[in-house]
Ligand binder design. Structure first.
Ligand code: PHE
Ligand code: CO
Length: 284
């Protein structure tokens, strides 16, 4: 496994898990809710029951509020239509079912149109603790609650538009790191203390406490250039987390046209996932 792979984009779908044989040109499929087995629904419930206990006092308030309103999550793998009814009312986003990871442009185009691709399949028994590819639990439990927050919802759409632009500028690697260190593995500093908003953390049984309390990882104040030059690992808990002050900060920092920034990034060397740089401001 390579040391770096973008969260949901940055590589072709070749060789990935999932059934890509019946999809539409935009990579969407029917969820076909009736064909999940009882064992799959039961596996979801175990994942859900374990993970929801980690949310209080650890996830950010925006996430927790939305998750609490999602009672569709309790009985088994949710139906996309049921969650869509609520999500559409909240922020105008729509969940679409996909076979698994989708190519960059298809992914960005969905986000730019406020559609979030959710993987249909659920992980195997042997993968309950850690998987490197997003499954239906990661996508629903980790990502969907944040789409209920208006500022974060707008950020995700802006990211999709930015992806379409970055593709043309040969800048995807930098943009993918931004996604990784915010949408997937972001922490936010609140009056009550550090909280998690990253989906990759929130859907992982071990990484919630690791990210907030372990003395091993570095927790660095968010800095756009620093994030964009930072390599990341997909096969282990993160060695560095970036901490935002608010979702407004994230939205504002990423609002400017990145064209000049990408030109600047070409002159900055990448740094390893565990790098300690002189300019880093550590967050306690
Ligand atoms: N402002 C970025 C650009 O001009 C787009 C973007 C927005 C990228 C939000 C990421 C997140 O390319
Ligand atoms: Co994800």
């Amino acid at each position: 496994m390579g040391a770096e792979r973008p969260a949901n984009h940055g590589q072709s779908t070749h060789g990935l898990r999932g059934d890509y044989s019946r999809m539409r040109p935009d990579y969407t499929i029917e969820q076909d809710h009736g064909s999940y087995s009882a064992a799959e629904h039961e596996r979801w419930r175990r994942l859900y029951d374990r993970q929801i206990g980690l949310v209080p006092g650890r996830a950010c308030a925006e996430y927790e509020r939305a998750l609490r309103s999602l009672d569709e999550y309790e009985a088994g793998i949710p139906r996309f239509e049921d969650v869509n009814a609520k999500l559409g009312r909240a922020t105008g986003w729509t969940l679409v079912a996909v076979p698994g990871l989708v190519p960059d442009l298809a992914f960005f185009d969905h986000l730019a149109n406020r559609r979030f691709p959710v993987t249909r399949w659920i992980r195997e028994e042997s993968e309950l603790d850690y998987i490197v590819e997003p499954d239906v639990f990661h996508d629903f439990f980790g990502h969907v609650p944040m789409l209920f927050d208006p500022v974060f919802a707008d950020f995700m759409q802006a990211y999709g538009r930015g992806g379409l632009k970055a593709e043309g500028l040969g800048a995807l690697a930098w943009l993918a790191r931004l996604y990784w260190y915010t949408v997937e593995f972001g922490l936010v500093r609140t009056a009550a203390g550090l909280r998690v908003y990253g989906a990759g953390i929130l859907s992982s049984p071990g990484e919630v406490d690791h990210s907030l309390r372990s003395p091993r990882p570095r927790r660095v104040a968010f800095d756009l250039r620093r994030v964009m030059r930072s390599l990341y690992r997909i096969d282990t808990f993160q060695e560095t987390y970036f901490v935002i002050e608010s979702f407004a900060q994230l939205f504002d920092a990423t609002r400017p046209d990145f064209t000049a920034l990408y030109a600047e990034m070409r002159g900055l060397a990448d740094v390893p996932a565990d790098a300690a740089l002189p300019g880093d401001r550590l967050v306690a």
